[in-house]
Ligand binder design. Sequence first.
Ligand code: ADP
Ligand code: MG
Length: 627
Amino acid sequence: MGLIRILDPQTANSIAAGEVVERPASVVKELTENALDAGATTITVSIRNGGILSISVTDNGCGLDPDDALNAFTRHATSKIWLIEDLDTIGTLGFRGEALASIAAVSKVTLKTRQPGDTVGTQVRIEGGELLSHGPTGCPEGTSILVEQLFYNTPARFKFLKKDSTETSAIAEIMERLILARPDVSFRLLANGQELVHSPGNNDLLSAIYAVYGKRQAATCVPITGESGPLTVSGYAAMPDGARHNRSGQTVLVNRRWIRSKTVTAAIDEAYKSRLMKGRFAFVVLKLDLPPALVDVNVHPQKLEVRFWKDGDVFSSVYQAIVAALNEHSGILAPEKSATEEHLEETSENVITQNMQLPNETPKPAYDDISATYGPNNNILSLHDKAADAPAEAVVRTDKSDYSPDKSDQSAPSYEQLTITSSSYADTVLKVADLTEARIIGTLFDTYVLLEWTDELLLIDQHAAHEKIIYERLRQARREKREQMIQPLLSPQTIAVTPAERIMIESEQPFFQSIGFDLEAFGNRSVILRTIPDLQSARIDPELALRTALQLLVKDRPSGPEEVDELLYQIACKAAVKAHDRLSMLEIQQLIADLIPLENPYTCPHGRPVIIRQSRLEIEKKFKRVL
Ligand code: ADP
Ligand code: MG
């Protein structure tokens, strides 16, 4: 007897289900995408115990007629592609016709649906892939799908479910992405009856950002726009004071789909380079729109990764769009803004995560408890009762009385008028060009230059300023690919070296030559230096430049052009004016004049501020002249 058997359809379905339905969040993803494909403008997702107990997704979309309500559960039944050619120009989110069949194979599903204009709706109930009932029912227009007891019949999968809060987070993340991808749709997520997030659906991306990340984050955002051939770039980028501790604030949407892209991430990093401190990440919500034929969305089974027709074009468009927005709006932060900066850092969690702060965790029932979990007679209430004395899974507001079940049909929240426009951000910053009107007071601690400007005291970190001047000039020189990056010394300089240094210089002679050091051994203990690299700074000590180069080379020999630039920059910084060098009035004026033409004079190469402002009011408060 052969060993090969054809699996019965139910087994086959539940195996295939594993690909589509891994966890509650995948159910939410599939059902919400279906709702969007059905043209819904409001979608409510309500989960219990991280979606393990139940998930309901209710939409006001086009609904299904009685026949289709049943057909929808057949594998490879889809209304979304008719011909194989359609696969190339898929405009909808789902297209495999597998989700509903897969979900129904591993849970208990109740579908209620009514097409607009129809007098009655249809209800379909399926358990573990078996049809229980199919018939008319009264229900609102649109579709609502209730998925209960996920994986009740597949213990192996049930076992892999995580804690309720982990599953809730995964669901929240799906909702977060949808809210940002579709500001035209109002989404609402309830966990155990508590509202975690509610977006207005007013087709305004900034309102969507507000809904997900809160007002403070939204207030740091400026709009970005860009175009390159068939590609348009839009969305919002946060100014440096809106940066976060990780990449959780980076959203990339390609044709309204949330995706990951190394190219886009690299472009974001490059655009923020030298604007953010180490360990800080840009906050951006980037929308890329381009003809579907120019982007391959099917690279990754979860449809997360895409392939662009021209990576280089995508990189430069994103980079330029962000840099243009940042340059337009950056400046010396208003005194109040710099003061609130730290606060944002601390509370940079998004709204959903904040709403999810769990006082106590209800542990996920163990695998052995599966029958207890879902009850001997599959009675949902049994677990519900059991969980009733346990603390709520998620708490949204401190004011619990705020929630009542009949609020479930409340309309979208009215968002406080967002007055965050590009111009208002620009109003709060001072441009470096304004410094020409400031009165130079002098220097403080031989480190800061003090200026008086209208009702403010400005402080320039002279070392940070100087570093930035050198940094940008070097970058500029590289961009213009200037051949002459060499600075001849007025007279050759003899420099004493150790035997070890001599060996290093001799073996790395071609490299030294290539970056602009023309040197020659002179006896055993010295070298003659004729030229140094042109470090774009008037005050460079040649000997210090050579010593720094030697030191850095011992540590690490640069390979690519980027690393060579970094090396030159470090040499320049070490060999140039330091803090603690007293600047003359003339030098201060020169420093300010050198800052003005820079692309971004506001942060040093490491992202620290170059100039800060102190208001007269703050000073007068300290003297108790005002209260
Ligand atoms: P797919 O989305 O890949 O077509 P699904 O199994 O997710 O496959 O859904 C099967 C079909 O059921 C869809 O093609 C659609 O016609 C219908 N459908 C599913 N959800 C909804 C909904 N919320 N509103 C209207 N029709 C729906
Ligand atoms: Mg689908």
